[in-house]
Design a protein around this ligand. Structure first.
Ligand code: 13P
Ligand code: SF4
Length: 340
């Protein structure tokens, strides 16, 4: 794909109109700035393909946390949403963490304001709080253990059988974990606006059309979608299943940008995004992830802004719950991707 910003286009003021300044090749400039800044670019599977292609490492939430904790770069350019970049800052406070667009939030984070979460905790003092990583740093600071969708089951299975559990903020992921582990959990009422949009009716129609195609779903989907799935797991697990299962056609019920990695690694297979209510999978693009673009990545590397900050007292408390996750998750397997 040609990512040149031409002098006549000037969407970001890179090339003043009519001055004859050569077009900026964003890929080249990003590579140059990355070297100059000693930066590493991390990207989530839900980012647009151009950002995945330019990243040093592409992964799920757990892989990205591990990479952020282990990198020796001075700057982490995070192509993902804000809570992910905050995790990088919490784990690597001495590094400069930048996010192409500071407005790249998450509906799950929005559903769980820290004061309300603290009240929820106080109302259930005998419960441990397992909190999905899709939340603010302040909520992490109020939590006992952070989990991702790829690590949650393993972590829950390490808790004593009589330990009472609160799970926030994703009620669908919580309900799925509760069914899988047989543990009773008190669930926060939050959802992902992206995974909620898949339509059971449209998915049934698609399955009728491709009866042999397995359905791969993320556990952020409601139970009615998960009931139709052959495989349920985090993005890394979905990718791994898609690559290792021999079926030539598969239906993917998660954010459709992950299909880019599937097509890169298995170009001979067909991956169909599960549809929303209008029969079109386009409505399942994450609007927050979509705020990050190649142009904004270039600008944030150039200006070292927007920069992620986390108040030190919050960071230290959030670090405890994140470190517990990293310890308890151990070596949950991930798909080998570029940069490993
Ligand atoms: P994972 O990549 O950990 O499965 O998370 C999915 C997600 O919704 C990230 O926002
Ligand atoms: Fe949040 Fe859902 Fe977007 Fe992930 S896909 S960042 S959970 S809104």
């Amino acid at each position: 794909m040609d990512v040149r910003v031409g002098a006549g286009l000037n969407p970001l003021g890179l090339n003043p109109l009519g001055l004859g300044i050569p077009a900026v090749d964003l890929k080249e400039e990003i590579a140059r700035l990355k070297k100059e800044r000693n930066a590493v670019i991390l990207a989530h599977y839900y980012q647009e393909p151009a950002l995945q292609d330019i990243a040093d490492f592409v992964g799920d939430s757990l892989d990205l946390s591990r990479k952020a904790a282990a990198t020796d770069a001075d700057v982490i350019a995070f192509c993902g949403v804000k809570f992910m970049a905050e995790v990088a800052k919490i784990l690597s406070p001495q590094k400069t963490v930048i996010l192409p667009d500071l407005k790249a939030g998450c509906s799950l984070e929005d559903s769980c304001p820290p004061e309300e979460f603290a009240r929820f905790r106080r109302a259930h003092p005998d419960h441990i709080s397992l909190t999905y990583i899709n939340c603010s740093a302040a909520v992490k600071a109020e939590s006992d253990i952070i989990v991702t969708s790829s690590s949650a089951e393993k972590i829950i299975n390490q808790l004593p059988a009589d330990q009472k559990i609160l799970f926030a903020p994703d009620k669908h992921l919580g309900a799925w974990l509760s069914r899988k582990t047989g543990r009773d959990m008190l669930l926060w009422d939050g959802t992902c606006i992206v995974h909620e949009k898949f339509s059971v009716t449209e998915l049934l129609k698609l399955k009728a059309h491709y009866p042999a195609a397995p359905v791969l779903a993320h556990p952020e989907c409601p139970a009615a979608i998960l009931d139709l799935a052959h495989y349920i797991g985090a993005t890394s697990g979905i990718l791994s299943y898609a690559l290792n299962n021999p079926e030539p056609v598969m239906i993917v019920a998660t954010e459709p940008n992950i299909i880019h990695q599937m097509q890169l690694k298995a170009p001979h297979k067909t991956f169909i995004g599960a549809p929303g209510a209008d029969g079109n999978c386009g409505c399942n693009m994450c609007p927050y992830m979509a705020l990050n673009t190649l142009e904004k990545l270039y600008l944030c590397l150039r200006d070292l802004s927007p920069v992620i900050t986390v108040p030190e007292d919050v960071r230290l408390r959030a670090r405890v719950s994140l470190d517990r996750m990293l310890e308890m998750a151990g070596s949950v397997s991930a798909v080998p991707v570029r940069g490993d």
